[in-house]
Design a protein around this ligand. Structure first.
Ligand code: SF4
Length: 210
């Protein structure tokens, strides 16, 4: 190790150190499909943690969370709920995108249980540094991993649950799901959008009240 390297490592924050380690991760098969690991982003520590399913194709290409069209939907919903991405830490259940087959354009798939399990320590280590008070799980994969394995998103979204380290957790729709839904069922997508904003507003109010 050169003295320059030693100096750089010594000045890294615990979060920067964790991120640097995660960016090299090859623990599960998603490492073969990804362009890059997409680590969490936001203030550290942070009262508000938003957990999605996994990086989109655009996130995979840029290395930034909620970077593409679903990020625009999320930002719009956050604004309507009185929130801002600048005050939220955003990460995903898996830090690498999960693709179906190798065709172009690449089609996303939900991560497999083993992939989620293997990636879980990265989430736990982020949690320990972020120390959130409120967690929003976006989509069933995140809710089943963080709240309850039998979580039913359509029935239980918008309700509060106790989480680890005195956190409170609420689940809501995935922005990407609402985008897909709007292509074939506009009324349900509009209702889902209203619920997404309501759920985020509940989370904003919960933070304001504590
Ligand atoms: S998904 Fe998680 S465990 Fe799998 S390679 Fe990426 S960072 Fe590592």
């Amino acid at each position: 190790m050169t003295s320059d390297t030693a100096t750089t490592e010594n000045t890294m924050t615990p979060w920067e150190q964790l991120r640097a380690e995660a960016l090299e991760c090859t623990r599960c098969p998603l490492a073969q499909e990804r362009q890059q690991v997409v680590f969490g982003e936001g203030p550290v520590p942070c009262d508000f943690l938003f957990i999605g399913q996994g990086p989109s194709e655009s996130d995979d290409a840029t290395g930034r969370n909620y970077n593409g069209p679903s990020g625009e939907v999320l930002d719009k919903a956050l604004t309507q709920a009185g929130l801002s991405r600048a005050n939220i830490y955003v990460t995903n259940i898996t830090l690498c995108a999960a693709f179906e087959g190798s065709g172009k354009p690449r089609k996303l798939r939900p991560p497999k249980a083993a992939e989620v399990r293997t990636c879980r320590p990265w989430l736990d280590q982020q949690l320990a540094l972020i120390k959130p008070r409120i967690i929003v799980c976006s989509g069933a994969v995140a809710a089943r991993e963080v709240i309850d394995r039998k979580f039913k998103l359509a029935e239980q979204r918008g309700q509060w649950f106790d989480g680890p380290h005195n956190t409170r957790i609420i689940a809501t729709w995935q922005p990407a799901y609402l985008m897909r839904l709007s292509q074939h069922d506009r009324p349900r997508a509009v209702e889902g959008w209203r619920q997404l904003v309501d759920d985020l507003r509940q989370a904003a109010n919960a933070i304001a009240a504590t």
